[in-house]
Design a protein around this ligand. Structure first.
Ligand SMILES: O=C(CO)[C@@H](O)[C@H](O)COP(=O)(O)O
Ligand SMILES: [Fe+2]
Length: 228
């Protein structure tokens, strides 16, 4: 079994000058983990933050919150140790950014973090498949990485469905434009780790959005297990 349905708000579209309190607001609203988007201006045409900010967040938030680092960087090899030292729990890198995924997976594990492996919309899922048994989570991007607030790409659901069929116990994350309008599609396809940025951040009631996302996801997972 995958590790249950979890909701990880992306803080990209939060009030970045108050990052720690925005993270606390999400955790207090029932977030299962925090999805932290790292962009370097090379892999994607945008810049966010790096390991010094993660280190500060860890100090502010304490040891408990799970940090899923979405590394949209051109040299993912370079930031493994700094992120581990800063307090990251999971290092999710992009398959498109490395020539040696096997060595990177090994390095991430040796540095004590879980491994996530992501693919952009233009990358077919068969490229990810050879690594699926070595990773903790597959990330299927449902927007072109780089910016929050874009429209959900429904045609990515066939990738999620294929991965769920091939790897029933793998954690599968969707990221980009996900919210109450399309959670059914993500859940039915088999995603169990749901990243949602604007839909949660811009809501006046983030707790009910998080609850709704989790509920839909859990119902679909239960139905899948009964159907098996
Ligand atoms: O990685 C990314 C974008 O590259 C995401 O994590 C988004 O930042 C999620 O935000 P929404 O699309 O849900 O607003
Ligand atoms: Fe992300």
């Amino acid at each position: 079994m995958a590790s249950g349905c979890k909701i990880g708000p992306s803080i990209l579209n939060s009030e970045l000058a108050c990052l720690a309190s925005e993270c606390v607001r999400m955790l207090d609203s029932g977030a299962d983990y925090l999805h932290l988007d790292v962009m370097d201006g090379h892999f994607v045409p945008n810049i966010t933050f790096g390991h010094p900010v993660v280190e500060s967040l860890r100090k502010q938030l304490g040891k408990d919150p799970f940090f899923d680092m979405h590394m949209m960087v051109a040299k993912p090899e370079q930031w493994v140790k700094p992120m581990a030292v800063a307090g990251a729990n999971q290092y999710t890198f992009h398959l498109e950014a490395t020539e040696n995924p096997g060595a990177l997976i090994k390095d991430i594990r040796e540095n004590g973090m879980k491994v996530g492996l992501g693919i952009k919309p233009g990358t077919t899922v068969e490229y990810l498949a050879p690594w699926a048994n070595q990773i903790d989570m597959a990330l299927v991007m449902t927007v072109e990485p780089g910016f929050g607030g874009q429209s959900f790409m429904e045609d990515m659901m066939s990738k999620v469905q294929w991965l769920r069929t091939q790897f029933p116990s793998l954690d599968i994350e969707v990221d980009g434009g996900v919210g109450p309008d399309n959670i059914h599609k993500c859940a039915e396809a088999g995603a169990n780790m749901i990243v949602s940025g604007s839909a949660i951040m811009r809501s006046e009631d983030p707790r009910s959005v998080i609850n709704l996302l989790r509920h839909v996801c859990a119902e679909a997972a239960q139905k899948r297990s009964l159907d098996r």
